[in-house]
Design a protein around this ligand. Structure first.
Ligand code: ZN
Length: 243
């Protein structure tokens, strides 16, 4: 059973053939929302397809546009739907597109508190905030999945010490840094993801869950084990984290 732990199937790119995209993937997809509209679509899609699970969250940059009251309303929406979701995501900190560090930390902390309250893991985005994200998350009691983490060896080791998981995107074939990460992260801390429609392994093409198999094959080569072994371990990790 393959795992795509981070997908955006509600995006326009999948409007025409969502059904086919989901059907040709033999595995489980975690659909991550990015704003309120996307949360509603996420719940719809996960209700319709048995192999699509819902993660509800608001992308850090979209979060910045909300007033405190609006954000609290969205958090309440998530809480109300806690039985329909398996995680909070996509949440996090992005200092590449915004320098509003303080507010992003404050927003993320609200999601951390919610995740502890409703006992759901968090799927976390971090860009140009590799140290900061570890600092903000290190004391949480919730499980943490770092999505497309691009920290250095020291930072990755620190994240491992904190017990965090790494979800590895399909562009691993073109990324030296990700390959380095796979070398030091044990198989029982790895998940696979696409971040589709983004981050396609083939340039200018839409990414989709079926591409997870490329990541499996790269991981198998680096770890010097069979693809089946990688697939089975990642499925086990999925169950450990989310079930
Ligand atoms: Zn994403």
């Amino acid at each position: 059973m393959l795992i795509d732990a981070h997908a955006h199937l509600d995006f326009k790119d999948f409007e025409k053939d969502l059904n086919l995209v989901i059907k040709r993937f033999n595995g489980i997809i975690i659909q991550n929302s990015v704003d309120y509209e996307s949360m509603k679509k996420t719940l719809d899609i996960s209700e319709k397809y048995e192999n699509v699970k819902a993660a509800l969250g608001i992308y850090p940059l979209k979060c910045l546009k909300l007033t405190e009251k609006e954000l609290n309303e969205k958090l309440n929406f998530i809480k109300k739907n806690k039985n329909k979701i398996i995680a909070l995501g996509e949440i996090g900190i992005d200092l590449k597109e915004s320098s509003e560090e303080k507010k992003q930390i404050k927003n993320l902390k609200k999601f951390i508190r919610l995740s502890e309250e409703i006992k759901k893991p968090m799927i976390v985005h971090s860009r140009k905030a590799e140290d900061l994200i570890l600092e903000v998350l290190k004391d949480t009691k919730s499980k943490v999945i770092l999505h497309f983490y691009s920290g250095n060896v020291t930072q990755v080791k620190k994240a491992l010490e904190y017990g965090f998981y790494f979800s590895v995107p399909t562009i691993i074939s073109n990324s030296k840094n990700l390959k380095k990460l796979i070398k030091i992260v044990p198989l029982n801390r790895i998940l696979t993801e696409t971040d589709c429609p983004y981050l396609s392994p083939t340039k200018e093409k839409r990414n989709e869950p079926v591409n997870v198999k490329h990541t499996i094959s790269v991981i198998a080569k680096i770890k010097n084990v069979s693809e089946k072994e990688v697939e089975n371990q990642i499925y086990k990790n999925y169950k450990n984290i989310f079930e």
